[in-house]
Design a protein around this ligand. Structure first.
Ligand code: G3P
Ligand code: CA
Length: 284
């Protein structure tokens, strides 16, 4: 039901901190995620890659040069080699004394932070380079979520929805898995269908033939994840996706006008580098 009356009673839009509170602090550092949780983000987004010794770390780019004082490719470096570098100084301009600003972020550290934050917070985890690593990132990720007892997230919905669904004491984090790759999402669907999947895209092409009733999104995803540039250019696309029963989670939404557009279109989640500002705009 997309009527204005339904919109008024719809669950509030979920605010997802993209790479942590990454406008304020260096992306993908524990400090940036701690800040996002303090600011009240409903969920956190992170990118995961696998190191040469099989550890999962949260780094966006294939190489570490942009976000650290080192050089090299994540997948060719061991965790120890990555830990030798400062992942905060590129943004703060000074060497990082605080380990939470300095250290490459191990996924398990992020899961611990979220699990211990005292309220239900969703995890929106994006796997990078699924083809090259033949599903290793996805299989390691699923193993780790299992080890932490983290189940599937309810897409978006009211803050606290996870707790309600879990019953008393249900403040465990829940995860959804995101990718630009239908192959990665199909692998997750086969191995662990309980995790909702978000298909990320920034052009119309991957949706060709999918905007009709009954058609699944690539990778069997239930949630569509368009970039904000595409949403600005084609707002009707969001309406259509919602008519077809998909949730829509938009990235990366940092401008007030774009937040407003997302609200008008009834998206379920806003993925932003500026969670505090977006929450303030939403009156939360
Ligand atoms: O949340 C989705 C968004 O993060 C996708 O783009 O390049 O920031 O990983 P990217
Ligand atoms: Ca991402």
């Amino acid at each position: 039901d997309l009527s204005p009356a339904a919109a008024r009673t719809a669950p509030p839009v979920q605010v997802i901190a993209h790479r942590g509170s990454s406008h304020a602090l260096p992306e993908h550092t524990l400090a940036a995620y701690r800040r996002a949780l303090e600011e009240g983000a409903d969920a956190v987004e992170c990118d995961v890659r696998v190191t040469a010794d099989g550890r999962l770390v949260c780094v966006h780019d294939r190489r570490i040069g942009r976000v650290s004082d080192g050089r090299g490719t994540v997948s060719a470096m061991t965790l120890a080699q990555l830990e030798a570098h400062d992942f905060g100084a590129w943004k703060t301009g000074v060497p990082s004394r605080d380990p939470e600003l300095r250290e490459v972020l191990r996924l398990e550290s992020l899961l611990e932070l979220v699990a211990d934050c005292g309220r239900p917070v969703d995890l929106a985890i994006e796997t990078k380079h699924p083809v090259r690593f033949r599903g290793r990132v996805e299989s390691e990720l699923l193993r780790m979520l299992d080890r932490f007892g983290i189940g599937g997230a309810h897409g978006a919905g009211a803050p606290g929805a996870a707790a309600q669904a879990d019953g008393p004491g249900g403040d465990r984090p829940r995860a959804r898995i995101m990718s630009f790759s239908s192959l990665a999402l199909a692998r997750v669907a086969a191995a662990a269908p309980q995790y909702p999947r978000v298909f990320l895209f920034e052009r119309m092409l991957p949706l060709q033939g999918r905007l009709r009733p009954g058609a699944a999104l690539p990778g069997g995803a239930r949630i569509a994840g368009p970039g904000i540039d595409l949403v600005r250019a084609k707002p009707r696309l969001v309406t259509r996706l919602r008519e077809l029963g998909h949730e829509v989670h938009v990235w990366t939404v940092d401008e007030p006008d774009d937040v407003e557009l997302c609200l008008e279109l009834g998206v379920s989640a806003i993925i932003t580098n500026r969670p505090a500002e977006v929450l303030a705009q939403l009156g939360r």
